[in-house]
Unconditional design. Structure first.
Length: 198
């Protein structure tokens, strides 16, 4: 046979003591005398955050951290828009075009000066060759080697000036040689100064 036990209800009693609703719950939970209870000062905080007695309440207000230098500030990296990228490219193209135009102008100026230099060198060498051939012919006579030469100056209208005077011809030849040599030095200095230093 089985053991039959009898189940009886408590009917509002704990340990054979009648309990109310609060007592039933509280008496079932063991009392902890060390538990903290809220203080009255905590409940009496006014709108300024001060306790009723004028002391600061337990409410802690945090302030933003003070940044001492701009290095600590992190600025977000802003990606450029398509329009800004296009504007940047257009600016770079304009700068490169300006540089290209400047280089072309420099090249044209350099070519002009080089051509002028070559023309002056041709005049000087032609005059020197002419004088050398005259000197070879006149060494026998020992006189002015421009003897028998003719100097003619002609303008665009066809008017001419002609002389056979060897002293005038010699003076003009020396003056032309001197002027061309000075101008050649000036042009060569201009070429050197035109080329930018590397």
């Amino acid at each position: 046979m089985k053991n039959q036990g009898k189940i009886t209800g408590t009917k509002g009693q704990v340990n054979n003591t009648a309990v109310t609703a609060k007592d039933a719950i509280r008496s079932a939970i063991p009392s902890n005398e060390s538990a903290l209870t809220p203080s009255k000062a905590f409940e009496e905080v006014n709108a300024d955050g001060l306790a009723f007695n004028g002391q600061p309440s337990d409410v802690i207000e945090t302030e933003a951290p003070i940044i001492e230098s701009e290095k600590e500030i992190e600025t977000p990296i802003v990606e450029p828009t398509k329009m800004e990228i296009k504007m940047g490219i257009a600016e770079r193209i304009a700068e490169q075009k300006t540089i290209l135009d400047r280089h072309i102008k420099l090249g044209d100026e350099l070519a002009r000066k080089i051509k002028h230099r070559e023309n002056l060198k041709t005049i000087i060498s032609t005059l020197e060759e002419f004088e050398l051939s005259l000197k070879d012919d006149v060494d026998e006579t020992g006189g002015n080697y421009y003897q028998g030469c003719l100097l003619t100056i002609k303008d665009d209208n066809g008017k001419t000036f002609t002389t056979k005077n060897p002293a005038i011809i010699k003076g003009v030849a020396e003056q032309v040689n001197s002027l061309c040599t000075e101008k050649l030095e000036e042009v060569e200095t201009g070429i050197v100064n035109l080329i930018p230093a590397s």
